[in-house]
Design a protein around this ligand. Structure first.
Ligand code: ACO
Length: 327
């Protein structure tokens, strides 16, 4: 049986900060409201003159590749989990070119804020079957492109960034269990939908032109969904891993809202000092939030080799999932 090991991590965020005080100059809000309802105090935003999804993802990837001590030419597969590609035809290939990962096949995967977990499980299938040995998985998003900056209910929540990990075939298996879920009937809770503008070419032939409408969200529905479904999916993944919750050293949830993280940890009976949170600094970075939190915790020495991590992503789709792995 071929196992899976995570052998490197990296992360990158734009240099430009936009804190809650800055936001209160744009919309009718306050640091007090945002911090008390969400835990967010600051976020990074990508300056379009200097920062693309590709540049953030490549910077995070280079760190992960250096930690993993692999050569870019050894990478067989690159998966970019994103909802905000630089190019809708695919951005992973652009990253492949920037890294000089000449042997890697590259594609994008979209599962919103669950993208990193869905990508991890996808990468694992290629490794388990023996098809590929070394995989670079990136979660990256520039949601500032698609936020309605006049809507205080959403614009205070999001930030930009990218995180990456290198996965490799290994004798000892460190991906211990997972569970993925989707529910399209609840899709309307959270959208970044294409808004078609019908354009008639000739009589009887109409095509749609247009663009994406900014993010719309029913915050309370999303909150209820997360608090109900995330503990459930983590418990299922733990069951598949044949582990109980007391074996979890670190809980890394998608960083959407501190109150969601606290409620999930409480339901699972995981003490707050085992919950990793960097939400205050970056806001909700969508597919990037789990790998950025993971990378920071690894680099600060919080996460040690052998530690058991329960990670869970949840968001638009709706999609949600959990993976239990050992660092
Ligand atoms: N500043 C000040 N007032 C605000 C703001 C703001 N930024 N946003 C909303 N308000 C107001 C509302 O207008 C409303 O006022 P009203 O009663 O006069 O109409 C009042 O505050 C309460 O609004 P609610 O929407 O009920 O606020 P709630 O307590 O539900 O908090 C929040 C909103 C923080 C969005 C919460 O619902 C939440 O965190 N939900 C989860 C959202 C989430 O995590 N989404 C992302 C997950 S998926 C993904 O990552 C893509």
């Amino acid at each position: 049986n071929i196992g899976i090991a995570m052998i490197g991590s990296g992360s990158a965020t734009p240099s430009v900060s936009l804190d809650n005080h800055g936001l209160s100059q744009i919309v009718d809000t306050s640091d007090e409201w945002i911090a008390s309802r969400t835990g967010i105090r600051d976020r990074r935003v990508a300056d379009p003159h200097t920062t693309s999804l590709c540049s953030l993802a490549a910077a995070a990837s280079k760190q992960a590749i250096a930690m993993a001590q692999v050569d870019p030419s050894e990478i067989d597969l690159i998966i970019l989990a994103t909802s905000t590609p630089d190019d809708l035809f695919g951005t992973a290939s652009l990253i492949q070119a920037q890294l000089g990962a000449t042997q890697a096949v590259a594609f994008d995967l979209t599962a919103a804020c669950s993208g990193f977990i869905f990508g991890l499980v996808t990468a694992a299938q290629f490794i388990r079957t023996g098809a590929y040995k070394t995989v670079l998985l990136i979660g990256g998003d520039i949601l500032s492109r698609w936020v309605d900056w006049s809507d205080r209910r959403t614009c205070v929540l999001f930030g930009d960034g990218a995180g990456a990990v290198v996965l490799q075939a290994s004798e000892s298996d460190r991906l211990l269990g997972f569970e993925l879920r989707s529910d399209g009937t609840q899709n309307g809770c959270l959208n970044l939908a294409f808004q078609a503008q019908p354009h008639t070419l000739i009589e009887g032939v109409t095509v749609s032109q247009g663009t994406y409408q900014p993010i719309t969200m029913n915050g309370q529905e999303v909150y209820r969904f997360a608090v109900r479904k995330v503990p459930e999916v983590i418990e299922k993944a733990l069951f598949r891993a044949d582990l109980t919750v007391d074996r979890v050293n670190w809980l890394i949830l998608h960083q959407a809202n501190q109150r969601i993280m606290d409620a999930v940890a409480q339901r699972l009976n995981i003490p707050s000092d085992r919950v990793i949170s960097n939400l205050a600094n970056y806001g909700n970075t969508s597919a990037a939030s789990i790998p950025i939190a993971l990378d920071e915790a690894v680099r600060s020495g919080k996460i040690q080799p052998g530690d058991v991590i329960a990670a869970s992503g949840f968001g638009a789709g709706l999609t949600w999932g959990a993976a239990i792995f050992q660092w």
